[in-house]
Ligand binder design. Structure first.
Ligand code: KG4
Ligand code: ZN
Length: 320
């Protein structure tokens, strides 16, 4: 079965062609991602209407390139998978309308995909249940219990982990997206005496809060006592400590057989390393952590198509 995956929930236009036989046995024939970093960089974050405009520009060339690299034509595609949410509505609408137009014109089944579920399934492995998944991206930070259904057991009360990386990078005059920049700076720092808070680390619940950390960094920047690399290292460590502590606690409480780390922030080398030191954890390949079309196609496997007219973009779609 050959699935076309379309992702436009945020600022990346992603289109992929994936061949699948059974879960965990996927062959990614192409995975084109057109990044809008250059456009949003000067604003230090994503501007939704600009993102939508860029998706409109990029989506057709991405489709062409994706089919070309996969050595397929649209006729070879068995189903079209598209992100319907959660995400920025102007961005989501472009992908959803494009997918519906393709499905209508070429008479292909269409499968709506939840972006968060796609991040999880990007691990491309069989999941032993119950499982705990930590999703850390620019828009979300959620701890999800996976059993017969998905259940969100905790989430951020303010900023997402990726958003925190992005905002701290901005305070430090580093580029956008902030995660990779902070990570590079942190690598340069051997030790630091700087201590930043680990928000909510000792609370009994599985919720997170990252906006206080950002404010603490702002004060440290103003003090002018610490090097950029020191602030980068300690903020990265503060985020890592909270994420790992809460995930391990959830793993123990729910007796999880699998722990999954996914989403754009899962591309962070130090987070991956420290997670692996603490527990057995499944993490997608680097390229499948940040937004892409292949994870959307992979998530569509074994899901049923839906009536074209019932497919709608939903900015606040919850995982079920
Ligand atoms: O999943 P994703 O591509 O988009 C959303 O669904 O939001 O995640 C993007 C986020 C950004 O906030 C970016 O700074 C973060 O992932 N990110 C990283 C790294 N690479 C991307 N954060 C920390 N370390 C990284 N290496
Ligand atoms: Zn994402």
């Amino acid at each position: 079965m050959i699935i076309l995956g379309i992702e436009t929930s945020c600022d990346d236009t992603g289109i992929a062609v994936v061949e699948a036989s059974k879960r965990g046995d996927f062959n990614i024939l192409s995975n084109i991602v057109s990044s809008q970093i250059k456009i949003h960089e000067k604003y230090g974050g994503i501007v939704p209407n600009l993102a939508a405009r860029e998706h409109v520009k990029n989506i057709e060339p991405c489709l062409k390139e994706s089919l070309k690299q996969a050595n397929k034509t649209i006729k070879d595609i068995d189903a079209i998978a598209v992100t319907t949410g959660p995400g920025l509505i102007p961005s989501l609408l472009i992908g959803v309308h494009f997918a519906k137009a393709l499905a209508y014109k070429y008479k292909k089944p269409i499968i709506p995909i939840n972006h968060i579920e796609a991040h999880i399934l990007a691990i491309n492995k069989k999941i032993k249940l119950p499982a705990i998944a930590l999703i850390v991206s620019g828009g979300h930070t959620q701890l999800i219990l996976i059993d017969k259904k998905y259940k969100i057991i905790g989430e951020t009360r303010d900023d997402a982990a990726g958003e925190c990386f992005d905002k701290i990078a901005k305070l430090l005059n580093l580029g956008y997206p902030g995660g990779p920049e902070i990570s590079k700076q942190a690598e340069k720092c051997k030790t630091t005496k700087l201590e930043l808070p680990r928000p909510m680390i000792h609370q009994k619940n599985y919720d997170f809060s990252f906006s206080g950390l950002k404010t603490a960094v702002l004060h440290k920047v103003k003090e002018n006592k610490y090097k950029t690399e020191e602030i980068a290292k300690e903020s990265q460590q503060a985020i890592i400590d909270v994420l790992i502590k809460k995930t391990i606690k959830a793993k123990e409480q729910y007796k999880a057989k699998t722990v999954i780390l996914a989403g754009g922030v899962a591309a962070n080398k130090e987070l991956r390393k420290q997670f692996q030191e603490k527990t057995n954890v499944l993490i997608p390949d680097f390229k499948l952590c940040t937004d892409n079309g292949a994870m959307i196609a992979i998530a569509a496997f074994s899901k049923k198509p839906k009536n074209l007219h019932k497919i709608k973009a939903d900015a606040n779609l919850r995982i079920k």
